[in-house]
Design a protein around this ligand. Structure first.
Ligand code: SAM
Ligand code: GLN
Length: 298
């Protein structure tokens, strides 16, 4: 009499081999990476350590925790919200569902900020509008000892996350977090002589485009971080109109833009008559025009 072969054990290798195609079928981006991040988190080890433990069998508790993650990820909850962190500019940032998950293309704003600092002889004073997790301000300060930020957000919850990230990375003494809407900064937050740089990754998706966003974005990320309730260009109009009174005469506006917005944003700044022509950089992710800089002239 033959018996059915025993079900093989759920080793780390087998868990990853099962989860990757499962995530693929569910339409997740980077399914293997997602599986590894979740499994490492369930096991309490670093992701690369999985490779030295391929034949180990997780405990029942670890398996239950991994299964819970896998089910929620299959429901398009962003991996970063499940594990509570996201890497940005080679630093680990706490993220919660109150903040946008930092995007790799936004690292370009940090690179350009560091270049602007290198070109200045004085310590650079930055104003960041819409800091979210604080990733831009924290990564810039961490890499430029002379940088100082006033970093704002309308969301008090996001300022709590940004504050913890600034603390974790040892730069909280150079980042002044301020709750405020748009450019309505309290007088005492405005840098004497004006800011060198206004940097922002504002909500730039048009309200009409929200329905077409991927589920992990539209069903789980804060809508206040994604769209402006209008055509996606309102923050650029606000900056072109209002930045000159906050910037020093040689100051710069440095912004992230959406994929097809470069011409419209250039026209907004040009029409204000207060800025030099745009400098534009493409991202490495899809080769899209992604970051623009305008120097103040007026
Ligand atoms: N800087 C973060 C990043 O790059 O990952 C977050 C950017 S997210 C696209 C935009 C941020 O702007 C959100 O944190 C949101 O809460 C904030 N925000 C939305 N409306 C705002 C307003 N009127 N004034 C200031 N911040 C605002
Ligand atoms: N870049 C983000 C996305 O594609 C949106 C964030 C923003 O509007 N700045 O989902």
């Amino acid at each position: 009499m033959s018996t059915a072969p025993a079900e093989p054990e759920w080793t780390i290798r087998r868990l990853l081999e099962w989860t990757k195609p499962f995530f693929e079928r569910k339409g997740l981006d980077e399914p293997r990476l997602a599986a590894e991040i979740l499994l490492a988190n369930a096991l309490g080890c670093a992701r690369l350590e999985l490779y030295t433990r391929f034949d180990r069998i997780p405990s029942a508790d670890q398996l239950a925790s991994f299964r819970g993650f896998v089910n929620r990820a299959a429901d398009h909850v962003p991996i970063a919200y499940l594990v509570g962190f996201k890497e940005f500019y080679s630093l680990e940032f706490e993220v919660t569902p109150d903040v946008l998950v930092p995007r790799p293309e936004t690292e370009m704003l940090v690179e350009r900020s560091l270049e602007l600092i290198a070109a200045k002889s004085t310590p650079a004073a930055f104003l960041e509008i819409g800091t979210g997790s604080g990733c831009i301000a924290v990564a810039t300060c961490k890499n430029a000892p002379g940088a100082r930020f006033v970093a704002t957000d309308v969301s008090p919850e996001s300022l709590g996350v940004a504050s913890r990230n600034a603390e974790t990375h040892g730069v909280s003494d150079r980042i002044n977090l301020v709750e405020c809407a748009g450019l309505d900064l309290p007088k005492e937050a405005i840098s004497e002589g004006g800011f060198d740089v206004l940097v922002s990754n504002p909500p730039y998706i048009a309200e009409s485009e929200v329905a077409d966003l991927p589920r992990n974005v539209k069903d789980h990320e804060p809508h206040i971080a994604l769209h402006d309730g209008a055509d996606g260009l309102s923050f650029y109009r606000m900056f072109a109109e209002g930045a000159p009174r906050l910037l020093m005469p040689t100051g710069t506006v440095l912004i992230e833009i959406g994929e097809s917005q470069a011409a419209a944003v250039a026209a907004i700044f040009n029409d204000s008559g207060q800025f030099s022509p745009a400098r534009i950089w493409r991202d490495a992710v899809g080769g899209h025009e992604r970051v623009m800089a305008f120097d103040r002239t007026g």
